[in-house]
Write a protein that binds this ligand. Sequence first.
Ligand code: ADP
Ligand code: ADP
Ligand code: ZN
Ligand code: ZN
Length: 790
Amino acid sequence: MPSRRPAHDHDPFVRVRGAREHNLRGVDVDVPRDVIAVFTGVSGSGKSSLAFGTIYAEAQRRYFESVAPYARRLIHQVGAPKVGEITGLPPAVSLQQRRAAPTSRSSVGTVTTLSNSLRMLFSRAGDYPEGAERLDSDAFSPNTAAGACPECHGLGKVHRTTEELLVPDPSLSIREGAIAAWPGAWQGKNLRDVLDTLGHDVDRPWRELPQADRDWILFTDEQPVVTVHPVREAGRIQRPYQGTYMSARRYVMKTFADSKSQTLRAKAERFLASEPCPACGGSRLRPEAMAVTFAGRTIAELSALPLSELAKSLEEAAGSGSGAAGAETAEVLTADLLARIGTITELGLGYLSPDRATPTLSAGELQRLRLATQLRSGLFGVVYVLDEPSAGLHPADTESLLTVLDRLKAAGNSVFVVEHHLDVMRHADWLVDVGPMAGEHGGRVLHSGPVADLEAVPESATARFLFDRKPMTVRQVRTPSGWLKVGPVSRHNLRDVTAEFPLGVFTAVTGVSGSGKSTLIGEITEETAGVDRLVCVDQKPIGRTPRSNLATYTGLFDVVRKVFADTDEARARGYGVGRFSFNVAGGRCETCQGEGFVSVELLFLPSTYAPCPDCGGARYNPETLQVTHGGLTIAQVLDLTVEAAAGFFAETPAVLRSLRTLLDVGLGYLRLGQPATELSGGEAQRIKLASELQRVRRGHTLYLLDEPTAGLHPADVEVLVGRLHELVDAGHSVVVVEHDMAVVGGADWVVDLGPGGGAAGGRVVAAGAPADVAGVAGSRTGPYLARALG
Ligand code: ADP
Ligand code: ADP
Ligand code: ZN
Ligand code: ZN
């Protein structure tokens, strides 16, 4: 990414003309550079289509074109943003909310590149044992051949299996399937017949076989080959063949290490127990690297410390002039590390340790880590496009976020932020409000200018919340129908914590990021809760492939397919419901196998999806698309937004019911066929909530939700929280982890954790009605709650 100042200095605006991406209605807007500009509007109004889909996408397109002329074909396929013209546009960097892939080996240290610096520090300035040679910085990385422990190949764990795991029921004979770990079908029979041929008794209960035989059968590394004469089965004549034996352990290890099938690997894993590698003690490093210390600790030990503690250790070491070997180098490297850790701590993430795996982080934490890393990159003249950086942040931490955004700006950058948080809006130099409503009822810019001027825009849903300063109407709190005791919990940063949650009411769990909210909530299980049903509505994706989408997940698509199979045309052609599935052969387009997209691989660029050349994204073959219902093909139905579909299916109650609940949780703007991979964590969560709400509920259900308001405009929050309160009124219990004080203030009970994050938190600081918690000294939430309650 070039860090030159663009040549448009004379015109200080990014000028967008005729933006028509998604629902944008030929938007013209001018946004100043070198400021913090916040894009607002209800969910689905078109903020992201403008900030990401138009401004960022265009910057990206120009960048691709400038570095890789051969990428034109790709750009052509993927499509440039639908916009007339943009002038004054600097290079852009986007920081979106996206979770790390669950398989990723990356960690807090690698994402922030702190690990590189620590390795350098150990290589150049570590304390080495007498006579030892100085190591290259690679030797301190478990991900390189030079550094990985030779025993566990840098995994830190070794897998072992035992007789108990391989043979869960020793009363069975081998023929009856005693060796549960064996493969099924022919392969399993083959192994049995080989053992039989070798003279083992396959009909005696396992536990009666001599121990030596059992050990050989399960654990041998020998692979004898024998001539098997299979007994005739089901009258079929079977020829003798050469069969090879493989012990159960060997089979399990081999499958686990080599199988391409996820299912087979998962099955093999059930027969394995993992334990820390005895050679490296779980540190993943070679002994030579583990013999080097800095500030009295190995690199593995330092990497396991929360960043705030790590900073303390480094500071002390710097003060004491330790690392005499390279005192000056140590000083430079330590100063750089401290500065970078400082930025991360400032964003409320000092409780994370460098060795924490990224898949265990929330999307918000990951985005803030990337943000902190960007701050040190030294880029200027760039426009940063951010997606709700306040998600997951306690109001106390939002202030530091604003400081960080200010610094990005002060360094000479433009900061464009899509946000719902009122404090972030108030802090902006410029506000672009999109609306007035979602989808086709939005897509216009209602205001682009200083924040205060929005007040004069009556259509704006944002203005209503931003300038309405009258105190909340305090509800009469409900009386609990019972109590749920959780704990004592000792996990992560919680030590012996006991908490009580009232049932039959609305409870909010609060506290700064890392204080232990998710850890505590995670202890509530079906068994402990004492309710008929426990429903956890989290932000995990509803699917990882473009094959799952809103309609398939909610079950709505099953009904839609029936509707199509019931049309006269479908009957005449003999098309059943299967014909209208894009997941099985028959009705789908075979070029893309029903995905609508094909993956395009280009040298040096991330692989990208382009619309299928045959069906153009429709997913179906032309014959299937000849069947219509109400004038639309099944592909066109999948392209409808929830809102439009509700009109279209007004006469089909089974479909309408699902659509109504989706509208209720603020998802009217999503298209039915929107692939799961395109949904944000908050959208996935609201889809799950909607699927729950459309069920017929019997008995007492406890709903657990982790920040359900993330990604929602205050106007949408009102609707969603209204639905949650209805659940409570219907006799259920709701527990939410929440940072939005408007929601916390309206709860019946608050459990506040903290006071800080990580080791500085993990206690119940206050518990009670909102008005009571608002007054608790020592609660970081208290003052903000008090302000919300007015
Ligand atoms: P916001 O950021 O304000 O929540 P978006 O810009 O994401 O809103 O969406 C605005 C409209 O564009 C919605 O009606 C949405 O359904 C539609 N939309 C968003 N992404 C796509 C897409 N990839 N294809 C078609 N329509 C889309
Ligand atoms: P909150 O939900 O309040 O943000 P968490 O419960 O996620 O807080 O985290 C509390 C503490 O536990 C933090 O110090 C965090 O780093 C640690 N922690 C959370 N999840 C994990 C995990 N999977 N592995 C290790 N530590 C964790
Ligand atoms: Zn090891
Ligand atoms: Zn296709």
